[in-house]
Design a binder for this molecule. Structure first.
Ligand code: FRU
Length: 483
């Protein structure tokens, strides 16, 4: 480790110690979601199960609850429920990463846990350079930086060139990386390597202006490519999509294409883009295949440049968190997200109302309330024309059966005015909600639609209220969740 790296890590550790007490007492601190101990967390990085152990790294600015020169923070877990915060994996100490060890991924290369990440460099005029770097570890905890393995920009592209996601197929290494053309179109480029160090650019596989897409954003961040069943899926976070009906209302989007990647041409033949999440805070997700063969996704519960200075936690020196891990499945060309099975181990104290009779109007159900809880609604019979679940007075999920529209409303962090996100929903069959002190993850119809968001109810608020336009019958279950 260089002296500079040691010094930066010591400064970050000081920051953690300085704010620990204050942050611990923040009622909005989450109980079972991964957060940075201080400062800002954004993208999940280097998500992998390596020699049995799950590793989740993350973009971290320890010095303020805002963006800056990013570190890689690090958590490990054996069971996806209990997580241990590990020493900092990467600090932006070297010339090729001095303005941030930006996002990337992890693989096993030569038996070592190997991180591929973007070294972000800016000069005084704000001109950017981008280096794709590697760092390796034998014990999975301390990393030995080896510097850039891709140090130039491809011709015709700007220095917005970042977030390598690496995988191995038939003895060859591949990576996709987010890029921006000189005429400001977002692309994903494919690279190939025999040894993981010497990389050849195979060209763009998908992007704005590449059929079937026309204009589709000025930058693509955090591409991820994997096969699921007999199809290939690309997840990506495009920037610069205009709102369209119920879609694209967040500052930036995160979604996916399903298709087939032809490694030779190379081209990704794909269908339409769909957002992964209908909520307010979801971006830059990353997936990994674990040792059980599951494709597991974790996202950042935040969006760059979206109300970031208005989160009430900023005053206490921290902001944002990651989502719970979700298993991905394909249903036709649709991705379904299901919270990983292991999360059921967090459940405590089950409350069940089998075939509960709801009256027309608003009501609460006995013992169905809480702040850190899981709520499940199934077996709707006689679905009313209008049905609503209100959570802690601050967010509401509303289904309009005639309009076939599902709406999520919440009170804005700053002015408390109502804002909403919506999606089309043919029929409502089930709702499963993961509530934490200041977050909601709402899985509808077994994960066909998901709404992820932060919310900041009064810390004492516990009420869960059901409102129905007519009499209705539904089975409601509720558990406490231990973090
Ligand atoms: C996405 C992103 C990435 C970049 C990282 C920097 O949120 O902008 O493209 O690598 O965050 O923190």
């Amino acid at each position: 480790m260089t002296e500079r790296e040691q010094a930066l890590i010591a400064q970050a550790d000081d920051e953690v110690a300085k704010h620990e007490e204050n942050i611990k007492n923040d009622p909005y601190r989450l109980t079972y979601h991964l957060m940075s101990p201080v400062g800002l967390i954004n993208d999940p990085n280097g998500w992998i199960q390596w020699n049995g152990m799950y590793h989740m790294f993350y973009q971290w600015n320890p010095f303020k609850a805002g963006h800056g020169a990013k570190f890689w923070g690090h958590y490990t877990s054996t069971d996806l429920v209990n997580w241990k915060h590990e020493p900092i994996a990467l600090a932006p100490s070297e010339w090729y990463e001095k303005n941030g060890c930006y996002s990337g991924s992890a693989v096993d290369l030569d038996g070592k846990l190997t991180l591929f990440y973007t070294g972000n460099v800016k000069d005084e005029q704000g001109n950017r350079e981008s280096y794709q770097c590697i760092a390796q570890s034998e014990d999975g905890i301390t990393f030995d930086k080896q510097g850039p393995v891709i140090d130039g920009l491809p011709e015709g592209y700007t220095a917005h060139f970042r977030d390598p996601k690496v995988w191995k197929l038939n003895g060859m290494w591949y990576l996709v990386i987010g890029a921006q053309t000189e005429d400001l179109k977002g692309h994903a480029l494919l690279y190939r390597s025999g040894d993981g160090r010497d990389w050849t650019n195979l060209g763009p596989v998908a992007g704005a202006g590449i059929p079937p897409l026309q204009s589709f954003g000025y930058m693509w961040e955090c591409p991820d490519m994997f096969s699921l069943g007999d199809k290939d899926v690309m997840i990506v976070s495009p920037q610069g999509l205009d709102p369209e009906g119920m879609h694209y209302h967040n500052t930036y989007q995160a979604g996916y294409f399903v298709g087939e990647l032809d490694y030779e041409t190379p081209k990704f033949h794909h269908g339409a883009f769909d957002e992964l999440d209908r909520g307010f805070e979801f971006y830059a997700p990353q997936t990994t295949e674990d040792e059980k063969g599951r494709r597991i996704l974790v996202g950042w519960m935040g969006v760059p440049d979206q109300q970031e200075d208005q989160h009430p936690t900023v005053d206490n020196g921290w902001i944002h968190c990651l989502t719970i891990p979700r298993e991905l499945r394909l249903q036709g060309d649709r991705l379904i997200q299901v919270p990983v099975e292991e999360l059921k181990d967090m459940r405590t104290g089950e409350v069940e109302h089998t075939a509960a009779n709801l009256q027309a109007g608003s009501q609460m159900l006995e013992d169905v309330s809480g702040d850190v809880a899981e709520l499940e609604l199934t077996d709707f019979s006689d679905l009313p024309s209008f049905f609503e679940v209100e959570l802690r007075g601050t967010a509401r999920l509303i289904y309009d059966r005639e309009g076939k529209v599902l709406t999520l409303e919440r009170k804005n962090f700053a002015d408390r005015l109502t804002e909403k996100r919506q999606c089309h929903l043919e029929e409502l069959r089930s709702i499963r909600i993961f509530m934490d002190t200041s977050s909601l993850e709402i899985f509808v119809n077994g994960g066909e639609e998901v709404f992820t968001l932060r919310y900041f109810p009064s810390p004492q608020a516990r009420d869960i209220t059901f409102t129905s336009s007519e009499k209705a019958v539904v089975t409601v279950k509720k558990w406490g969740l231990k973090g």
